[in-house]
Design a protein around this ligand. Structure first.
Ligand SMILES: Nc1ncnc2c1ncn2[C@@H]1O[C@H](COP(=O)(O)OP(=O)(O)O)[C@@H](O)[C@H]1O
Ligand SMILES: [Mg+2]
Length: 251
C-alpha cells in the first residue's frame, strides 16, 4: 500500500458528472484516491521533420465506479492515451498513477505484472486465440498470472450471458459473443481498471448495445471503465465524456 498525502477532492457542484441509470454509486470516503490520475502526458511519434507530438500535456482522472468515454477524431491520440495508462507504452513526459501506483516509473518486469493483473484490455478486433475455446481464452491470463479455478471463467461467461460459449471456438461465435468473451478474459484477474479501445467498432448496433451494457455493468464499486469510442451509444451510456483534441483532454 502506497502512503500518500491528502488527495484534493474535486468540487462536484460546478461540473458534476452525469449519473446514469445502472450506475452503482460508491459511498464517498475522505481518503478516496482516483483510480487513474494522469498528468502532463506527452508522447511523440517519429523523429526530426516527421515527428508528431500526439499528446502534449494531457491530464485525466478516473474515479472508481465510473465509465468514462474518450472521444476524438481518428488519429487524435485516443489509443495512445489508453496505451500509456495501461502500461503498454511509456510517456516521454508526465505521470500516470493507477490505484495510487506510479506506473510510469515501473521496471519492465513490474510493468508486465501490472498489465497482467491491474488492468484489463478489450480491443476492437477481440484478439481471441482461435484454437482455444471460450473458457480457455478466459483462463489464459489467469494461467499466466499464477492460476485460477476454471469455475471462475464459467461464472464470468455466465454473468455475461455466454453460458453456451465456454466450450466453443471463437469462429463459431458472433462478433458480439467474441467481444463478451474478451471482456470476461479482461476481468479474470480482477483488475480494477478496464480499458476498451473502440470495443463496438466491429459490431452491428444490436451486438454493440449488448457489449456496452456489459461494460456499463463492469463500471461499479471499485472498478472503472475507460473506453475510446466513436459510438454515440457508448458516449450516452458513459458517466462522463472526455474529448481528445490537439494533444490535450477537455471535458
Ligand atoms: N507506434 C506508432 N508509431 C508511429 N506513429 C504512431 C504510432 N501509434 C500512433 N501513431 C500516430 O499517432 C497518432 C495518434 O494515433 P492513435 O492514438 O492511434 O489515434 P486514435 O486512437 O485517436 O485514432 C496518429 O497520427 C498515428 O498515426
Ligand atoms: Mg485508436
Amino acid at each position: 500500500m502506497t502512503v500518500r498525502g491528502p488527495v484534493p477532492r474535486r468540487a462536484r457542484s460546478s461540473r458534476a458528472p452525469r449519473r446514469r441509470a445502472g450506475r452503482t454509486p460508491v459511498p464517498p470516503t475522505l481518503d478516496r484516491v482516483p483510480l487513474v490520475a494522469a498528468r502532463g502526458l506527452a508522447k511523440t511519434f517519429g523523429t526530426g521533420r516527421g515527428a508528431r507530438r500526439v499528446l502534449d500535456g494531457a491530464a485525466l482522472d478516473v474515479e472508481p465506479g465510473e465509465m468514462v468515454a474518450l472521444l476524438g477524431r481518428s488519429g487524435s491520440g485516443k489509443s495512445t492515451l489508453l496505451n500509456l495508462i495501461g502500461g503498454i507504452d511509456r510517456p516521454e513526459a508526465g505521470t500516470v498513477e493507477v490505484a495510487g501506483r506510479r506506473i510510469d516509473r515501473l521496471s519492465e518486469r513490474e510493468l508486465t505484472r501490472f498489465r497482467a493483473t491491474e488492468v484489463g484490455f478489450v480491443f476492437q478486433f477481440f484478439h481471441l486465440i482461435p484454437e482455444l475455446t471460450g473458457e480457455e481464452n478466459v483462463l489464459l491470463p489467469a494461467r499466466l498470472a499464477g492460476g485460477v479455478a476454471p469455475t471462475r471463467a464459467r461464472d464470468l461467461l455466465d454473468g455475461l450471458g455466454l453460458d453456451g460459449a465456454a466450450q466453443r471456438l471463437p469462429h463459431t461465435m458472433s462478433g458480439g459473443e467474441q467481444q463478451r468473451v474478451a471482456i470476461a478474459r479482461a476481468l479474470v484477474n480482477e483488475p480494477r481498471l478496464l480499458l476498451a479501445d473502440e470495443p463496438t467498432g466491429n459490431l452491428d448496433p444490436e451486438s454493440g448495445a449488448v457489449v456496452l451494457q456489459a461494460l456499463r455493468a463492469v463500471a461499479s464499486g471499485e472498478r472503472a471503465v475507460l473506453l475510446a469510442t466513436h459510438d454515440g451509444e457508448a458516449a450516452a451510456l458513459a458517466d462522463r465524456i472526455v474529448y481528445v483534441e490537439d494533444g490535450r483532454l477537455r471535458t
